[in-house]
Structures are given as structure tokens and as C-alpha cells.
Design a protein around this ligand. Structure first.
Ligand code: ADQ
Length: 465
């Protein structure tokens, strides 16, 4: 019999990975991401998480892990290709990120997107108790709120978009624009990373559907949908504790030693994604070496690029371009045993990431567009010594909050170079002042506050237990 919950999270991915061991298969919680963000609110509620468990074809039976009930939704090979790699990551992802790569529109992908969204809505409708709160996440599931409301009008439905929401003129390119907008309007509350995105959304509701709005509330079908900004954050305390541990501090020293104890270590950490501006930062670094403003081995750069969406064409092409550029810079400016750029196409655990953050004098985060960017926040939280400096693109959600970073326009190469040089040479006291102010802000705006404020606004009952 299906166990029904008063609180349901719906996201494309379940927060677990399947591990094959000598004794068989077992599940373990996957680190980072949404699960870290939601754990505090999930742990105290009787919660079910609906999502894809990874893998192709049939889904495992629902199971419990670390106090959360997991309800897997199956995806076939065709679904993965059309709903996930196609509509989600080749149509919606680039379009919502200012079309920095041209989106591709394909009717078969839209059909698969609709069918998979139906499947998620069915699963959520099945596991939600009477009058439960359901929190749907992200761009892969924008049709779910309306589909779920049609099945279960008793539910409180929230939706949070982790990526930017585009201006009207870009959104209007979507062939299925009315359906997507109606899908989102099925929620009682639609949350965005930034105020501007919430405004784009309510303006669009008026423009495309002629709906009446008051402030950021839209009237639809005799009820209302509210849109607002809820900037996501990180578990600040966890990062501070990790950074303070003797293992991480020792590893940070070791990393610097392995890099040849340079004066300046510049660090980039991203998913290998064309929105993250990895190429433009390599170009900026390359030009500074070329001009002699910086030199190896005094200054070295470490670029960690987590493998991502490797079957999507734009991503394959990006990898080739980035690796070619790293090779060129190292060929021109590296020395025997001392490359200018240490490029790591790998995933790391939280401790290694924290050690990298602690080892870096300058963190460089230059997306062309980014909903928030948690790496920037993690770096600031990790600098418990108040050392280091952050170069941050104005086109990230984080830039609205981390005002004491060295902000730059990623479309202006000289501006990026200038911000990097200023960050490298910042006076120690001034650097500490900036770091302290950003840390104070982050401590007051951590992920727990994000989740609680969204749920409070949604009118979810207070958790007990
Ligand atoms: P992402 O585009 O994935 O997230 P980001 O916010 O930077 O981007 O989050 C990346 C996460 O992955 C961070 O927690 C980081 O520590 C981790 N990570 C990065 N590289 C790693 C590596 N090599 N090994 C291990 N972990 C690594 C989307 C949106 C963002 C939004 C988030 C959350 O695109 O704008 O901030 O969701 O809403």
C-alpha cells in the first residue's frame, strides 16, 4: 500500500546514487545539491521525495533512506534523450540562460517533456496526503504544478525555479510557451532566485494570457498565484566547520605545496557548462600572462570542471574548446613541471572542495548567466581566516547579495582582467573587510532560512518533531 505524506518534494532527480558492492546493490545519499538544501526541512517532516533514481527503464520500489521516503519515477532511454537531454537541456536550459547557446526546438522533445511531467504529477498525486504541501523543483518539471492541481485541487503547491527566468521576448520563442506558463501558474507560489525573474514572470502572465495582476500576484481561474524571490543559499555552518577541520587545513597547505608554493593561486570550480564562462576567464588569464601583468610560476590557475551532460552536443563541443585553450596557455606560458593552468575534469568530495577553497587566493566565478551560483557562496563561507578574494560576474544571482566581491561584466574582457588584477593585489585589510561583510551576510541568509521562508510563504504547516 502506498504511504502518503503531508510534505512531498518533486524534483527530476532523487538525492541518491546506486552503489554496486560485493554484496549486491545499495543506495547512498548523493552529496551536495538540493538534498543539502532540503535536508533540514525534510528531516522534521514526514516527507516523501518523488524523482528519477538514475538508470534506464523500470524504477525500483519506493524505499526509505536516512529518514526520507523515496518514490522513484522511471525514465526510458527515449525519455532521457527527449525529455532530459532534449527539451530540458537543449531547449529550456539555453533559452532561460539568455540563449548564450542557441536553443533547439523539437516537437518530439516537447511531447516527451509533457508525458514525463504527467508521470511525475501522477506519482506526486499518489503519495500526497489530504491537503498536503507539495514542493516542485526546477525547469525539468514546469508543467507539474498545473497537472497536479487538476488531479488534486486540495493540495498546497509550491514551485521553485533554480535557474534564471528569461525576459518576455526570449520566453516568447518557446513554441509551447502557453502550456509552460499555465503549468507554472498551477502553483500557489512560484519562487525565483531574483526579484527580476519574478517580475518577468508576472509581466509575462499579463502579456501572454491577459491575466490581472496586483503587485506580484496573478489572478487565475478564481484563485491566485504569487511570484517572489527566494535566493537560495548554502549550509554555511557545515562549510565553516569543514574548513576549520585540521584535515582540510593540512590538505590546503599540501595543495599549495604541490602547486609549487606560488604567490597567487587562482581557482575556478564549475560544472563544465557553457553558461559558466570558463573560456572567457581562461582568455583573461592568458592575456594577462601575455602582457606580462602576471607570470608563471608566481601565479597559477586551477580550473576544476565537473563532467556534466556529456551526451549533449553543446557540452561536448565546450569540452573540446576549453581543453584546447588550456593546452594553448600551458604551451605558451608553462614551464617544465609548472603548468600555468591545472585543469581537472573531475568531481570531488566536500572536503577536497573546501581544501581547494582554502588554498586559493582568488576565486574566479564568471558565468554569462547563472540563477545563483553556490560555488561563490561556498568560497566565502570557507574563508574562516578572512583571507582570499572573490571575482564575481554581475550576471549571477549571487552578485545581488555578495556586493563586496570584485564584480565584473563577463562580456567585457578588459573588465574581467581588471577585476582579477584588483583582486590579486587587494590590500590585506581591505580584503578582510570585504570578506567579513560577505560572511556576515551569508550567516544571516543560509539555506535553512531559504527553505523555511519559502514554505512559510506557501503556507505550509509548521513542522513538528
Ligand atoms: P549549478 O549550475 O550546478 O546549479 P552551482 O550553484 O554553482 O551551479 O552549484 C554547483 C554545486 O556543485 C556546488 O555546490 C559545488 O560545490 C558543486 N560542485 C561543483 N564542482 C564540483 C566538483 N568538481 N566536485 C564536486 N562538487 C562540485 C543550479 C543553478 C545555479 C543555482 C543552483 C542551486 O544553475 O544557479 O545556484 O542550481 O539553486
Amino acid at each position: 500500500m502506498t504511504v502518503r505524506s503531508g510534505f512531498v518534494v518533486v524534483a527530476n532527480r532523487l538525492p541518491v546514487d546506486e552503489e554496486v558492492t560485493s554484496t549486491g546493490r545499495q543506495w547512498r545519499t548523493s552529496p551536495g545539491g538540493l538534498v543539502t538544501a532540503l535536508h533540514p526541512v525534510l528531516a522534521v517532516r514526514d516527507a516523501t521525495w518523488v524523482g528519477w533514481a538514475g538508470g534506464v527503464g523500470g524504477a525500483p520500489e519506493p524505499f526509505d533512506l536516512d529518514g526520507i521516503r523515496l518514490h522513484p519515477v522511471p525514465l526510458s532511454a527515449d525519455d532521457i534523450e527527449r525529455y532530459y537531454e532534449g527539451e530540458s537541456n537543449t531547449t529550456i536550459w539555453p533559452l532561460y540562460h539568455d540563449a548564450v547557446e542557441p536553443p533547439t526546438f523539437n516537437r518530439r522533445w516537447s511531447d516527451a517533456y509533457r508525458a514525463v511531467n504527467e508521470r511525475f504529477a501522477d506519482a506526486a498525486a499518489e503519495v500526497a496526503a489530504d491537503c498536503a504541501t507539495v514542493w516542485v523543483h526546477d525547469y525539468q518539471l514546469q508543467l507539474v504544478p498545473a497537472m497536479l492541481r487538476a488531479r488534486r485541487p486540495d493540495l498546497r503547491i509550491g514551485f521553485f525555479l533554480h535557474i534564471p527566468f528569461p525576459p518576455i521576448e526570449l520566453f516568447m520563442q518557446m513554441p509551447v510557451r502557453v502550456e509552460i506558463l499555465r503549468g507554472l501558474l498551477g502553483a500557489d507560489l512560484v519562487g525565483f532566485q531574483q526579484k527580476l525573474a519574478a517580475q518577468n514572470f508576472v509581466r509575462l502572465a499579463r502579456h501572454l494570457l491577459g491575466l490581472r495582476r496586483t503587485g506580484t500576484t496573478v489572478d487565475i481561474d478564481g484563485r491566485t498565484t504569487k511570484a517572489d524571490a527566494f535566493p537560495i543559499s548554502i549550509d554555511v555552518k557545515e562549510m565553516e566547520e569543514l574548513a576549520a577541520s585540521s584535515e582540510v587545513q593540512a590538505r590546503a597547505r599540501q595543495i599549495r605545496a604541490e602547486l609549487g608554493d606560488p604567490k597567487t593561486v587562482i581557482l575556478g570550480v564549475d560544472r563544465l557548462d557553457y553558461t559558466k564562462g570558463i573560456e572567457l576567464r581562461l582568455d583573461a588569464f592568458g592575456e594577462l600572462l601575455e602582457e606580462g601583468t602576471l607570470s608563471v610560476p608566481d601565479t597559477v590557475m586551477v580550473q576544476v570542471a565537473t563532467p556534466s551532460r556529456e551526451r549533449v552536443e553543446h557540452y561536448e563541443e565546450l569540452r573540446v574548446r576549453v581543453e584546447r585553450e588550456v593546452g594553448r596557455i600551458n604551451g605558451d606560458f608553462g614551464h617544465v613541471g609548472v603548468p600555468a593552468v591545472h585543469y581537472l575534469h573531475q568531481s570531488y568530495n566536500r572536503s577536497e572542495l573546501a581544501a581547494l577553497y582554502c588554498a586559493a587566493d582568488v576565486m574566479i566565478v564568471t558565468p554569462l548567466r547563472d540563477g545563483m551560483n553556490l560555488v561563490a557562496k561556498e568560497y566565502v563561507a570557507a574563508r574562516i581566516d578572512q583571507g582570499g578574494a572573490l571575482v564575481l560576474s554581475e550576471f549571477t544571482g549571487a552578485a545581488s547579495e555578495l556586493r563586496h566581491a570584485f564584480l565584473c561584466n563577463p562580456y567585457d574582457p578588459d573588465g574581467v582582467k581588471d577585476a582579477l588584477v584588483r583582486a590579486i593585489h587587494v590590500d590585506k585589510a581591505e580584503g578582510r573587510r570585504r570578506m567579513r561583510l560577505m560572511q556576515r551576510y551569508l550567516r544571516a541568509h543560509d539555506v535553512n532560512r531559504w527553505a523555511r521562508s519559502f514554505l512559510a510563504e506557501l503556507g505550509a504547516p509548521e513542522a513538528t518533531g
